[in-house]
Design a protein around this ligand. Sequence first.
Ligand code: ADP
Length: 476
Amino acid sequence: MTLGESNLFPIENALEMILVFDQKGVISYANDAARKKLEYESDLCGRHIKDVFPNTFHAAEDGFETEYLFGNEPQNLTAYRKNLTCFPVEAKIVDSTLNPGTFICMANDILEKEFLSREIEQVRQENQQAMKVKSEFVANVTHELRTPVNGILGNVKDLLENVEEMDSRTVKSLRIIERCCGDMHKIINNVLDFSKLEAGKFTLEPRRFHFRNMLDYVKSKHISKITEKGLGFFMTVSPQIPEYVIGDELRIGQILDNFLSNALKFTAVGKITLEVLGTARVKDNLELFFMVSDSGIGIDKADKDKLFLSFSQVDASISRKYGGTGLGLNICKQLVELMGGRVEVESEKNKGSTFSFSIWVGISEEDGNALPQQGEIKPMLFSSALMDEDEERFENIRRYGTQENKENLKKNLSKLILCVEMENWEKAEMFMDTVRQLTEEAPQEVKRAVLRLKMAIQKENYDKVTAGYGDLNQLL
Ligand code: ADP
């Protein structure tokens, strides 16, 4: 096989210079880069290789002489152009395995290579500088924006302290200004958080805090709007979570705030639920699992992947109708990851969505005594919210066939199936245990269906779980 036209195409367009010459030293092929850099038109072929490398090759009776042939390492040589000016190259000369008696020289212009790497380095530095300037700019602008917004808000609040002295139109306008300032505050804070997270400058500030007080505070911020919209709100917290945990209270609250305000924003009828479980303990660390569910507009399967991207809203008409910057979920995802967990979403268009996430918090020795010292924590059947209820209600939930029992069964089964969809088999097993407790007094056929479902979950067999779930649902 010869080095014919057809197999020369890739080397013809190579960036490095390629020359092919024979035993006599006569060049039989020069690629485009070689012709251009050595400033020949088409008259490079037929020349002797010593014309290009006079310091390297010398004419000899049987062709050429050189000391530089066949080294594995590239050599620093001097290449001469047609006009006898020269430039340094890094070259490798090998004999062709395809065509014995033919040699190939591959050479790179050293100055050009250095120039290119200097250019790349310069572009990299310029990019870094631009990123730094951008981050500083965003930080400065958001900080500067915060001051006047705080100023307006403070003054509006002062004025609103004397509502009795104002007519109702003025009060209404002031309330609108107050709300707008609140919204602007949220946007400014989001942009600031986002730029800090992007620049890797975000640090968590963990400290010991009262867990349920934090949840109550988050709830208090949304409850009036939830009731205004006529929605139901249910919060359940596993009693196994200690009163105090160690974590970044502000940021955990912020994540929940975001999920709850989205749930509120995208739900017109039905309910919103917030559930918190302790799911594992490793030494002085506790894994908390949060679920925020709504019965709102839901999210298309195809749009789910876009959700956590920055500035992403599922579609433009949604953002026009509901507002928002599309930064919230991305910030939540990054914060949750900083806390050692991850965010998941399960949703069905027009049925509702469940956003869940797990995070790790610390527990001090005295706070964690009631928990198992290591490993998975089994959820208890009744949450703290239910424990506060009277004995009768408690008994009704346990007694198979009552309204409360049915509702609880349904709730636990749908959570179980959600965990299976998310392939979180461990958590599915926990809900399975609760279902088993709720069906302790059920007829034999229901108990058998429960057992089949339990076995399918233990085997992590998705098809059998869905079949078993269907069977059980029919019996209930
Ligand atoms: P935004 O500030 O625009 O709400 P997010 O990042 O919090 O930004 O949410 C991004 C998009 O994800 C929303 O615009 C909406 O399309 C979708 N989304 C988030 N939460 C829900 C939910 N509970 N139900 C339906 N869609 C949601």
